[in-house]
Design a binder for this molecule. Structure first.
Ligand code: NDP
Ligand code: PYC
Length: 346
């Protein structure tokens, strides 16, 4: 049986990413921010948004969509609002440019929001809410994507896979973070199943006739489903509105129309909200943040309580994987993904 994963060293992954992206035509800043993000995701063993995404970043240039040298501009729009124009670059450089202002405003006003507009967005959101929690702030991030997902009960795509992430700072500990698509499966995972020729989990997609399917090709020709039925569907609609019209940017159907068959990473906006515990709590901040630990302890107390499906705190798996891979200085990657990346880097 073929090996499921091979190991790549962190140094090799960073060099591979940077050289591949610079060869493709990205500026140093874009190549650095993209590489750091996908290597961190691979290190955390988040395969759908790890090294594999370097391929879609190259395709953005090959298909003439992205401005690979775009320099984002940061606008101080209102006492608690920052706006970043990514100018058709990749979102990550825009996030890096706007974060200091967002943190400053959240601390001054107690709450602040950042709109990143006009960005190609391929990445996971957890690195952003983790970065916000490094400032001692609570973070919320959301974005739309392409219209691949049917509303609950429907059969035709309307929503994007619309991820939602939350970060809660924990003094002296990694933040509590969760980050997931509001679709039952991320598009990236469908693509990985398609490449590997493996079936999708049940309940994630329907074919063009609206019948349930586990065939990735049929799912691509049909529609993905939301998680949690009508509840995921409503959350997805909220994200369409907040990360779309509220910030003057595209919804998933509009992003899909802009794509015009190029089949590249979507162009749209992202909404990020930061809340400052200290503005709410003053001297009682540390004690109240610590109270959250009781919640995490109560979840962790149930690990192994239910055989084979013990409860766990979201992000616990990530931090275990991160520590293991930081220690070894290597990370696991699918052999077919690594081969494709190495071939592109030649
Ligand atoms: P998952 O369904 O894998 O869920 C991930 C989240 O749920 C993580 O926070 C994870 O913690 C937590 N989790 C998973 N299993 C459990 C469990 N049994 N108990 C408690 N917590 C659990 O994520 P998706 O596949 O939906 O999304 C993957 C990534 O794709 C996300 O990072 C998202 O941002 C990204 N994405 C990006 C899009 C874009 O447009 N840019 C679109 C869609 C998705 P842990 O990390 O510890 O495993
Ligand atoms: O995995 O759904 C996804 C996705 C869309 C855009 C970037 N990732």
């Amino acid at each position: 049986m073929a090996e499921e994963f091979v190991q790549i060293s962190t140094g090799e992954a960073l060099t591979l990413g940077k050289s591949l992206l610079e060869k493709a035509g990205y500026s140093e800043d874009h190549a650095r921010t993209i590489t750091e993000c996908v290597v961190r995701a691979q290190m955390d063993e988040c395969h759908s948004h790890g090294l594999y995404r370097l391929i879609s970043c190259c395709e953005l240039i090959e298909r003439g969509k992205v401005d690979p040298s775009a320099v984002p501009s940061v606008e101080d729009r209102a006492p608690a609002i920052v706006r970043v124009d990514s100018k058709r670059g990749v979102s990550l450089a825009g996030f890096e440019a706007g974060l200091p202002k967002l943190a400053e405003k959240a601390k001054a006003s107690g709450i602040a929001a950042m709109a990143i507009n006009n960005c190609f967005h391929f990445s996971a959101l957890w690195p952003e809410v983790e970065a916000i929690s490094d400032h001692g702030l609570v973070g919320i991030a959301m974005t739309v994507s392409h219209a691949w997902v049917a509303p609950a009960g429907g059969t035709k795509p309307v929503f994007g896979t619309n991820p939602f992430a939350f970060g809660w700072p924990r003094p002296d500990k990694h933040p509590f973070v969760f980050d997931f698509a509001t679709s039952a499966i991320a598009r990236g995972d469908i693509e990985l199943h398609r490449r590997a020729g493996t079936p999708l989990p049940e309940g994630t997609a329907i074919d063009a006739e609206g019948k349930p399917t586990t065939d990735p090709e049929a799912a691509v020709g049909g529609a993905m489903l939301t998680f949690g039925g009508h509840k995921g569907s409503a959350l997805s609609a909220m994200i369409e509105l907040l990360a779309g019209p509220l910030i003057g940017d595209m919804m998933s159907a509009e992003s899909m129309a802009f794509d015009d068959g190029a089949r590249v990473t979507p162009l749209h906006g992202e909404l990020i909200i930061a809340l400052d515990p200290e503005s709410f709590l003053g001297q009682a901040t540390a004690v109240n943040l610590k109270r959250g630990d009781a919640l995490f302890d109560a979840i962790e107390a149930q690990v192994d309580a239910i055989e084979a499906q013990g409860a766990r705190v979201p992000s616990a798996r990530r931090y275990v994987a991160r520590a293991r891979n930081e220690k070894s200085g290597t990370m696991p990657v699918k052999p077919n993904v690594l081969e494709e990346l190495k071939a592109r880097a030649k």
